[in-house]
Design a protein around this ligand. Structure first.
Ligand SMILES: Nc1ncnc2c1ncn2[C@@H]1O[C@H](COP(=O)(O)OP(=O)(O)OP(=O)(O)O)[C@@H](O)[C@H]1O
Ligand SMILES: [Mg+2]
Length: 348
């Protein structure tokens, strides 16, 4: 009999689509059991806030049913203005003393009222020899925003055992499946936001969410070509021929991608200014927006770094006949966060 690994179902609720992933631990690697996505109506999730729980709930339950996922233990992640991640440096303490200190003192580090947020923290492995101080990663998330997700999932009779942060889930899956330890910038470009997370010596040292993303392209195309959103999305994805609009479309792509690359360069420059002796080796791209034709090469030219389109499935075992390699490679970038949630186990 297969020993139960207790891995959770990863559910990434983005502004464009819900992504779900179910894995099974097999020896030192993972077996991909199920993976898929379902588009959400525009406005159902905005700035990381669940605006239309009924619509999102409907899409999620249909997706889980389609994928034949029975595991009710799920993990989600949040992002956007309602979550703050902050690194603080404190005197070394035992776990209990640290928990007490943080619940009493967190206010000075977080711009929210403590009654309104869930607080979590983690000691980072950065303690230097001979010092009595250590780094702590402090996370505060608005209860109101998190509770909306928990209530929606509860309505579906799902048991939410993990609420993570997008950037952490991404960091986890990158480190787990790549086994690489060099300094990298993880860049997830979604529909409505870009998340940049720079990992140096194994810890996140710079994390930011920027409100740019692939939906920008759709909006601009819709405006410039005077077509509706769906048609603009088809044009963006190259599903319909461009004909006389080729130049306009190219200009829009160029301008937007230039803006994205400037944001990436800004974050990297800030990191390098603070860590001149820790150069970056690579940029790891994920999210649906990362699939823009030629973007990877453009970022590589502009930054001089090695740019990798992240595919978390390359080292996994895939024996589901519905999942061919080509299909997986196509959906892999936007599945990264869901996969990062799916490698976690339920602790209860
Ligand atoms: N080949 C492509 N070129 C450009 N954009 C693409 C391509 N493929 C998918 N996208 C876009 O990627 C977006 C979906 O990506 P993803 O699922 O990562 O977003 P999301 O997680 O829902 O959004 P967010 O994280 O910003 O809330 C959509 O805007 C979609 O149009
Ligand atoms: Mg996303």
């Amino acid at each position: 009999m297969v020993k139960k690994d207790n891995l959770i179902t990863g559910v990434d609720i983005g502004s464009h689509a819900i992504k779900v992933c179910q894995l099974q631990k097999t020896g030192t690697t993972y077996k991909l059991i199920a993976v898929g996505s379902a588009a959400l109506p525009s406005g159902a999730v905005e700035d990381g806030v669940l605006q239309e729980p009924l619509e999102v709930g409907k899409a999620l339950s249909a997706l889980l049913k389609n994928l034949k996922i029975k595991n009710k233990k799920i993990g989600i992640s949040i992002s956007g203005y309602s979550v703050i991640v902050k690194k603080i440096n404190l005197e070394e303490m035992e776990y209990d003393a640290l928990a007490k200190y943080i619940s009493a003192e967190a206010e000075q580090y977080i711009p929210f009222d403590l009654d309104d947020v869930y607080i979590d923290f983690q000691k980072l492995p950065t303690k230097k020899e001979g010092t009595d101080r250590c780094d702590i990663m402090l996370v505060a998330a608005k209860k109101e925003v998190v509770n909306d997700y928990l209530d929606m999932l509860n309505e579906l009779k799902l048991n939410t055992v993990l609420v993570d942060v997008d950037g952490f889930a991404l960091e986890n899956i990158w480190e787990t499946v790549s086994g690489r330890t060099e300094n990298v910038a993880l860049v997830d470009i979604g529909a409505s936001k870009m998340n940049i997370n720079i990992i140096s010596e194994g810890v996140s040292v710079l994390a930011r969410d920027i409100v740019v993303g692939s939906e920008q392209l759709t909006d601009q195309l819709a405006n410039a070509l005077n077509v509706d959103y769906l048609q603009a999305e088809r044009i963006k994805l190259g599903i319909v021929p461009l004909e006389e609009h080729k130049k306009t479309v190219e200009n829009i792509f160029n301008q937007t991608c230039t803006q994205w690359v400037l944001e990436i360069k800004k974050a990297i420059d800030l990191y390098l200014a603070n860590n001149p002796d820790q150069p970056l080796r690579s940029i790891i791209l994920s999210g649906g927006g990362a699939k823009v034709n030629g973007l990877k090469e453009y970022i590589a030219r502009e930054t001089g770094l090695d740019v990798i389109a992240f595919n978390p499935f390359t080292t996994m075992i895939i024996d589901n006949k519905n999942l061919d390699e080509q299909y997986l490679a196509t959906i892999a970038p936007e599945m990264a966060i869901a996969t990062g949630l799916a490698i976690r186990s339920a602790t209860f």
